[in-house]
Write a protein that binds this ligand. Structure first.
Ligand code: PGA
Length: 302
């Protein structure tokens, strides 16, 4: 039995499944004499007949049935092993195209770094843009995965939350409201406000919160990035609401105060998104699984 080959078992499996030598020969693109020869060798190796002919029909003998069960299991294992090999090759040479919203740049590179440690052969193309541009890329299917603060409702996508994204009220450390408790939102609305550019997801979330309370922001300045806003806060130009992740690389709070305003932090989530129906590459689906474990990796601002 140990001398029978994988090919012989494949031929046997096809005959047992199709109930015919002729059809098995067709499926495997072999001639009929070749099929008969393979089965003869296999039967000799087993030492018992595998088929019996009754009239025109062919049946499996008991030994044939036992061999059929064994062969199926073995071919299954073989197929799984082939998949594992393909995955390994994929993860050695793969490429990951990732588009993330600007605010995600505070933690995405750190997560990528940890991922790289496990799969050093992978090449990563990271595109950082505001929400509007990331959504354009998603619509054009330009990347493997997208990270954003809120999944778009109007698109047919798969979206998985993987990390909390608390939005906090940031003011300069010496701000008069620093240290006060439960500051009403209406009081915050009186402060000069620094707002992200149109198209920013953070901006959309802030505007929604104020609109829900029938309040209007007193916008002093519109700035195109979280960093510019942070500099303006430190410079005393106003207050703002930003993701707590934007403090990631600063010493703990340092020049900032987080104001205790009613309704804050607004707890949003980071989502990893891709068009539904998209066949993810091995690399992309591995990174997706890795992201879903993100809270276990170190992503806390330090
Ligand atoms: P943004 O997106 O960087 O465009 O503000 C962040 C978000 O959607 O939460």
């Amino acid at each position: 039995m140990r001398h029978s080959t994988l090919r012989q078992l494949e031929v046997f499996e096809a005959i047992a499944r199709l109930g015919s030598f002729t059809r098995a020969a067709e499926e495997l693109h072999l001639t009929q004499p070749t099929v008969s020869m393979q089965i003869k060798k296999l039967t000799d190796a087993v030492g018992l007949p595998l088929f019996e002919q009754v009239g025109k029909r062919m049946y499996l003998t008991d030994a044939g049935r036992a061999l059929q069960a064994f062969t199926r299991e073995m071919l299954d294992h073989f197929a799984r092993f082939e998949m594992t090999l393909a995955d390994m090759k994929g993860l050695k040479q793969g490429r990951l195209r990732l588009a993330v919203v600007t605010t995600a740049k505070y933690f995405a590179p750190r997560l990528l770094g940890l991922f790289w440690e496990q799969y050093p052969g992978i090449e990563v193309a990271l595109k950082v843009a505001n929400r509007e541009h990331v959504l354009e890329r998603l619509a054009a299917n330009e990347d493997d995965l997208y990270i954003l603060g809120q999944p778009p409702e109007e698109m047919d996508i798969v979206a998985e939350p993987f990390l909390e994204n608390p939005l906090v009220v940031l003011a300069p450390a010496r701000h008069p409201l620093a240290g006060e408790h439960r500051i009403p939102l209406a009081r915050l609305a009186q402060e000069p406000f620094l707002l992200r550019e149109l198209g920013s997801g953070t901006r959309a979330a802030i505007e929604r919160t104020f609109a829900e309370h029938g309040l209007k922001l007193k916008v002093r300045m519109e700035l195109g990035s979280n960093e510019a806003i942070k500099q303006a806060i430190v410079g005393g130009l106003g207050v703002s609401v930003l993701s707590r992740h934007t403090l990631g690389l600063d010493p703990p709070l340092g020049q900032f105060a987080i104001l205790d305003v009613e309704g804050f932090p607004i707890v949003r989530h980071w989502f990893v998104v891709y068009p539904s129906g998209k066949r993810l590459s091995v690399v992309a689906s591995t990174f997706l699984d890795y992201l879903k474990d993100a809270p276990k990796h170190s992503t806390e601002p330090n």
